[in-house]
Design a protein around this ligand. Structure first.
Ligand code: PEP
Length: 252
């Protein structure tokens, strides 16, 4: 049985206008197989408007891969929450490990962005995860706990109701190496415990996504774990059939 109801596609720096159209068509053609599952597509900024034009049914929503923590002004190259809202964006990925590594995005920056996103009524998808050396040194939970504390703990309960947490072990992203369902569940249960301890009933309802080489052939076993409420999908979200199969696995 699946415990998942949310699947988010992270296209990263991939895709083009043609893909927005074909992906929308494939999802529309297969939607009967996964009704009740919320599907969010996060294309690059330049494809958001195009994608918005191809949203054919209610359960598909638009997401962005990043946002500025600033409201407006002299921040060349940045995109504000209000700009995303104007395009109909409902979800924003924050603190992806690629941004943490390549753009030196810190927990403090993620916290400021999460505050701006949730204050505006959008949903912040906050990514956390340990790298290989941290896992091997048995530091997985201490790393993730610190990320949660530093990027989420200043949010009000009302803001927390607009947060999704994505557990993405860095060693599993884009590598083909997936955390086993048991490994993922172990971390998800601890994240759930932290959320409940700090945000009680609101924390109990925060969706927890697993991300890291989720494919059509492993989605079902991951989504059957008690605290895995869906997936954040990179590479496999660029292929319509594969992505549809993952959405189908979420439906169970
Ligand atoms: C990601 O980028 O969030 C991700 C999980 O990538 P992949 O599915 O390709 O590992």
């Amino acid at each position: 049985m699946s415990n998942a109801s949310l699947v988010i596609a992270n296209w990263k720096m991939n895709g083009n206008r043609a893909l927005t159209r074909t992906m929308s068509e494939v999802l529309r053609d297969n939607q009967a197989d996964f009704n009740g599952v919320k599907v969010v597509i996060c294309p690059p900024f330049t494809l958001l408007a195009e994608m918005a034009g191809h949203i054919y049914y209610d359960e598909i929503a638009l997401g962005a891969q990043n946002v500025s923590e600033h409201e407006s002004g002299a921040h060349t190259g940045e995109i504000s929450v209000a700009m995303l809202q104007e395009l109909g964006v409902e979800y924003v990925l924050l603190g992806h490990s690629e941004r943490r590594a390549e753009q030196q995005e810190s927990d403090q920056v993620v916290a400021a962005k999460a505050a701006a996103v949730t204050q505006a009524g959008l949903t912040a998808v906050v990514c956390v995860g340990e790298d290989k050396s941290q896992r091997e040194a048995d530091k997985t939970w201490s790393v993730i706990k610190a990320q949660l504390e530093n990027s989420l703990a200043s949010l009000s309960a009302k803001q927390m109701a607009r947060v999704v947490v994505a557990y993405e072990p860095v060693w599993a992203i884009g590598t083909g190496e997936t955390a086993s369902p048991a490994q993922a569940q172990e971390v998800h249960a601890k994240i759930r415990g932290w959320l409940v301890e700090n945000y009680q009933q609101v924390g109990a309802k925060v969706p927890l996504l697993y991300g890291g080489s989720v494919k059509a052939n492993n989605a079902e076993s991951l989504f059957s774990e008690a605290d895995i409420n869906g997936g954040l999908i990179g590479g496999a979200s660029l292929k319509g059939d594969e992505f549809s199969a993952i959405c189908r696995a979420a439906k169970g």
